[in-house]
Design a protein around this ligand. Structure first.
Ligand code: SF4
Length: 423
């Protein structure tokens, strides 16, 4: 979401005759687009701002946008008095105001809705993989999560707007579309005639665009994985056989305290339906270890479910208390050393499953999408349909193929190696 928002901000400044520079000392305006989902990320923002202040031109404008801006509000100006602007995730389109009035301090952290999508220019020359936000905010209120505070309640963009953006991306270079939302599968838009559109409708319409060869979406909430969406995995071959559906914990007690009201049985049932619809589908998850009150027995249940589902690629984190959340106030916080230990154990198990899966790919031919060259320029990086990274030698003759059939020749935990299959 932040990557996409940064593109739109860049397009907005581009339309005003500005261009990007990699050198902070050359910049006339410096914008840090921030994430507050973990405490470490928030702390990094202010140390980074200190570094920027020391090297930027004296009259360069600088500020923060995004979730840390929303979380900090006016206190950001106290922590860093030189800041020129602080804009929350739904106020990016207000940025030009600081260009018009550079001596003012600009603060806007309102949860004003989705006008930013209408008021910011489109991205032209879409990247091969184009992210299209379809909804923002979240109504789930997991007790550890700051998103409902920073991004507000769930809002879905209009079906027509999403399809217009998707078509524009397709016509200007996109081959893969990734629909985005904090609760992407909760997408629900009702038009003026009362017609309801869901994520499955967006997928169906996007699949008809000839330029688009791959479709995916992230991030999914288990109880929003409705049958119409599961059916898409059976009927729509352009939808990749890969899904991130975070479980967070394998302990029913912890899930209850997290305010994630699904049972392990219902979660497994959804996975079974998905595998029935698309037998080769692979699942990834997010995990939080050391949630307040998590016991050894709770943690053992997390290890158990990870083994049972065989997630091929996951994101696991130590619980990090966030302001404005209920879990931060829970009394039975888990000591840091125990969180660290549990994270290491879980990571090691998840890594083993990932390596095993990657090894099963050796000898298979997968249709992959090129992401560009590696740093040496001698290899190309492709993504498999399961989002694995696959490294291929740069072709000696001819240009690299955007989409290519690649035979997997080797694997380790983090990546695959492969070679082009000659037609
Ligand atoms: S569903 Fe995701 S975004 Fe929403 S509150 Fe829970 S963790 Fe946060």
């Amino acid at each position: 979401m932040n990557v996409y928002d940064s593109w739109r901000i860049a397009a907005m400044l581009d339309a005003r005759g500005m261009c990007a520079t990699k050198n902070v000392a050359d910049a006339d305006i410096i914008i840090l687009n921030t994430c507050s989902v973990r405490e470490k990320a928030t702390n990094k923002v202010f140390s980074e701002l200190g570094r920027i202040r020391d090297v930027k031109k004296t009259d360069a404008l600088f500020g923060i946008v995004g979730c840390v801006a929303r979380e900090s509000g006016a206190t950001a100006f106290h922590r860093m008095p030189d800041l020129n602007f602080v804009l929350g995730p739904q106020s990016y389109h207000r940025l030009p105001q600081i260009l018009e009035n550079p001596d003012a301090k600009l603060l806007n952290i309102d949860l004003g809705g989705l006008e930013k999508f209408d008021e910011m220019p489109q991205i032209v020359n879409a990247p091969t993989v184009s992210y299209i936000p379809i909804q923002e905010g979240c109504n789930h209120c997991c007790t550890y999560c700051i998103v409902p505070y920073t991004r507000g309640p769930e809002l879905s963009r209009s079906y027509d707007d999403v399809i217009r953006d998707t078509a524009m991306a397709a016509q200007t270079g996109a081959v893969e579309i990734c629909f985005l939302g904090q609760n992407v599968n909760g997408y629900k838009y009702t038009d003026e005639n009362g017609k309801v559109f869901r994520l499955s409708d967006l997928i169906r319409a996007t699949a008809k665009m000839p330029e688009i060869q791959r479709i995916r979406f992230t991030s999914s909430y288990p109880t929003e994985m409705t049958d119409d969406l599961i059916e898409m995995f059976r009927t729509e071959p352009k939808l990749l056989p890969f899904l991130n559906m975070p479980i967070q914990s394998g302990s029913p007690d912890v899930l209850k305290r997290m305010n994630r009201p699904y049972s392990l049985d219902s979660y497994v049932e959804i996975i079974n339906k998905l595998r029935n619809a698309r037998p080769d589908i692979q699942i990834s998850s997010d995990f939080i270890v050391g949630f307040p009150g998590e016991t050894d027995a709770d943690f053992a249940q997390t290890l158990e479910i990870a083994k049972r589902i065989r997630y091929i690629n996951s994101y696991s984190f130590k619980y990090s208390p966030r302001p404005h959340t209920a879990a931060a106030l829970m009394s039975d916080q888990v000591p840091e050393n125990i969180k660290r230990e549990r994270l290491a154990i879980l990571d090691s198990q998840l890594n083993e499953i990932q390596r095993d899966f990657n090894e099963t790919c050796i000898g298979k031919t997968l249709t992959c999408l090129c992401e560009g060259a590696d740093k040496t320029g001698r290899h190309l990086i492709y993504r498999t349909p399961y989002m694995q990274q696959c490294i291929v030698a740069y072709p000696k003759d001819g240009a690299p193929l955007t989409m290519a059939n690649i035979k997997i020749t080797a694997a380790n935990r983090a990546s695959l190696r492969g070679e082009y299959v000659k037609d």
